[in-house]
Write a protein that binds this ligand. Sequence first.
Ligand code: ZN
Length: 313
Amino acid sequence: MTLLYQDRRFLNHETGAHPERSARIRGLDERFQASRLEAKCRRVEWDEVSRKRLSRVHSLAYADEIWAMAKSGGGDMDADTVVSPDSYGVAMLAAGSVIDATERIVRGEDTQALCLVRPPGHHALMNRAMGFCLFNNVALGAVTAIDELEVDRVLIVDWDVHHGNGTQHTFWEDPRVGFFSIHRFPFYPGTGHEDETGGGRGAGTVKNLPVEFGIERADYLALFGDALDKFAAHMKPDLIFISAGFDAHHADPVGSLGLETEDFATLTNIVLDTAATHAAGRVISVLEGGYNPPVLADCLETHLATMAKRTGT
Ligand SMILES: [Zn+2]
């Protein structure tokens, strides 16, 4: 089975006329039921992240800023990032889902999880919201695995069309967490050059694959597969996270890198193969971008179906 993290409360992060809006994930339940994917998943309940755990990635002063803005009725954390009255709790719930998935997967309850969260996380920095992101969900999962659950090495694979600058920054000097990103470049947020490879004891644990607008799909997929093979052999991860953005799809209004829906099955299979080789199949996928709701629903169905096929259900 694949552990599935979905909650109606994720709709309560209200962003108005914004690409990152609740319509992105509305109706996925019905979709998974209609396609019988529901039967191949196990839904679990979980809690918001604790402040102690949150403080491993974010300053509590920053968390309090979000709380205060939410409590006062909401506002803008930065040019792109909105907070509404429920956003603090929703963001704590999103981060909590990835931590719960990490605990369950490391304990051996299952080998795969998919967290369909809002808001996304991979741009969020220690004390700064960025690019629609408040808390770095995937980073919080990775740091929990390493610091609490005695996992030796973790790999984060980020195929969102944007570079995951927040995740890279969090683990820049950490030799235990590898960060692998393929992204459009030059593009928001401006980081992710191939020369960025980690620093200090973390030197060599960051791999960036910047790709230009117009790259052929086959070239993109081959580049991703070859580079991930080599990087995973170098990192030898015990657990893999996916920062799963679907905004590299050709019909995405924000990213539009030219991928087709079926290409996300290919990407998923490449990561699952990598996990089978190094990490006993353990993969936790966390939703990041994807801003064309019907296309995102197609992509998520493809992604989840590809995962579920591996568990033999
Ligand atoms: Zn993105």
